[in-house]
Design a protein. Structure first.
Length: 213
């Protein structure tokens, strides 16, 4: 099972997570026609004063963001990178932005399920997961219809039935965001393939201890 370091959107966080895991997750947005890595605010008009201040800081470059290609240049070959597409990035544009990022194992996560097949075609070798914030009644049917390789689902919705249904079809299950060792152990027992965590080192230690006991 892969433990994936969540929001590795800066070189600092990349290095911090990669100290204990080979897998990181990066948030991807579209700014000025360029896929960028960062933790940005949505384009919708902010309603609260603190959101307006955050938007101002983003404009002043206090919120980290950089071209995706530039950030991935700091990821060592052999690493797994999960790209969480926060904006609807055209598949061909994403493929062009990743040109030259060889040696990385790519996992793409999209909330636009109708894009899954095109993403898989534009980036052969990458695995495409459907982002889900619910418990689908027929998860395998959902994945098959989209032409995806599995799901990335909020951990609280993961149960044995969901994992078994998807694994029977050869599909993957990634769970987010898991910061409690007890929850990580529950998911490991269910056979989840990937756990996304803000504290991957702590989760990896808990899983190792659980296997050793």
């Amino acid at each position: 099972m892969e433990v994936v370091g969540h929001r590795a959107n800066t070189v600092r966080w990349l290095r911090r997570h990669l100290a204990c895991t080979r897998s990181v997750e990066v948030d991807v947005y579209l700014r000025g026609g360029v896929p960028v890595a960062g933790h940005l605010l949505p384009r919708a008009r902010p309603l609260l004063l603190r959101e307006r201040l955050a938007r101002l800081l983003e404009g002043l470059h206090f919120t980290p963001s950089r071209p995706l290609r530039e950030l991935l240049a700091h990821v060592p070959p052999g690493s797994m990178v999960m790209l969480d597409l926060k904006d609807r990035v055209p598949p061909r544009l994403l493929a062009d932005s990743l040109e030259g990022a060889g040696g990385l194992e790519l996992v793409l996560v999209t909330r636009w399920h109708s894009d899954a097949r095109a993403l898989a075609e534009a980036l052969p070798g990458a695995r495409v997961l459907l982002s889900i914030d619910s418990r689908p009644a027929e998860p395998r049917v959902l994945v098959e219809a989209a032409g995806a390789h599995g799901v990335s689902v909020r951990a609280s919705y993961v149960d044995r039935g969901l994992v078994e249904a998807l694994h029977q079809g050869g599909y993957l299950v990634a769970a987010w965001t898991v910061n409690e060792p007890r929850e990580a152990l529950r998911l490991a027992e269910l056979g989840v393939d990937m756990i996304v965590s803000d504290v991957p080192c702590e989760i990896a230690r808990a899983l190792w201890a659980g296997r050793s006991s």
